[in-house]
Design a protein around this ligand. Structure first.
Ligand SMILES: [Zn+2]
Length: 281
């Protein structure tokens, strides 16, 4: 698959600073709170002192100054989402975690800390993959709480953006050049998103499906095709490679879908537990 958005994905993955989680910060702050009695006598009340805000920026700057082997040892115990947030924190940590040659083993260790996390696709770098799996922003409009991921396109898209971007085959007007494959065969070989056609569902036959493509992906593959295919032999090689890539992608999509659903279920369960605990307090 063309490495169409590797650098863009990495930049987007890291630059999206709004998504630095506040939950952990809140937790740290809460645990440091103390109580004290105000006034004397019977009616004195126990009041909660305002927790002192830890200076996270300073802590992170200190961390960046620590010996490298210690920093690496700490980072290898984290998860990819933690690394993603750290990479958005200070310039030094960002530089360290974005340097592919120096940091890939940290990210690999972090991925191994998450049971069941599907393997990273070869055409994605580590920050982009962590961003896709964990960050809750729509990649198009940057809207929050986006749980919809189009795994075939490796994009997190809110329903509205997905609707705006997706395109059906009859809206795509092109002929592969040189014409060793038809438009239909070309579209079948590249990644597309398939959905149940809800308007035509009946109980008497299997639910029909409708396929959607992303124009930018189609264009990337067309460019690649025109670059690589010059005769029947290279067309056959191209077709064989794309079929193999499609098989790998389909397996990856299934694993990611299962992992994502499980993660959403776990998060919903945790939220429910938290609400119950708060009601009991
Ligand atoms: Zn959106």
């Amino acid at each position: 698959m063309p490495k169409r958005k590797a650098s863009a994905q990495k930049a987007e993955a890291i630059n999206n600073e709004d998504s630095i989680p506040s939950a952990k910060r809140a937790k740290t702050q809460k645990s440091s709170s103390t109580t004290r009695r105000r006034g004397k006598g019977k009616n004195n009340k126990i009041v909660e002192e305002k927790p002192k805000k830890p200076d996270l920026r300073a802590l992170l700057l200190d961390l960046a100054q620590a010996p490298l082997d210690i920093v690496i040892a700490i980072f290898q115990h984290l998860e990819p989402y933690d690394l993603l947030c750290l990479a958005r924190s200070t310039k030094d940590i960002r530089r360290m975690l974005l340097s592919e040659s120096n940091s890939h083993f940290i990210w690999e260790a972090a991925r191994a800390n998450v049971p069941g996390l599907p393997p990273k696709p070869d055409d994605m770098d580590e920050p982009a993959y962590a961003n896709l799996m964990y960050d809750a922003h729509c990649h198009e409009c940057l809207g929050l709480n986006c749980a919809n991921v189009v795994w075939e396109w490796k994009m997190r898209l809110c329903r509205s953006c997905e609707k705006d971007l997706r395109i059906q085959s009859d809206e795509l007007d092109f002929v592969p050049n040189p014409p060793f494959v038809t438009k239909e065969e070309f579209l079948e070989l590249i990644p597309y998103h398939s959905m149940v056609d809800v308007k035509n569902v009946t109980y008497v036959r299997p639910a029909p499906r409708v396929n959607f493509w992303l124009e930018s992906i189609v264009n990337d593959y067309l460019e690649e095709y025109e670059r690589e295919v010059i005769d029947e032999v290279s067309a056959l090689e191209w077709r064989t490679r794309l079929k193999a890539e499609k098989d790998v992608l389909n397996k990856q999509v299934k694993k990611c879908q299962r992992w994502h659903v499980r993660r959403l279920d776990e998060r919903a369960y945790q939220r429910e537990l938290l609400l119950k605990e708060r009601r009991l307090e």
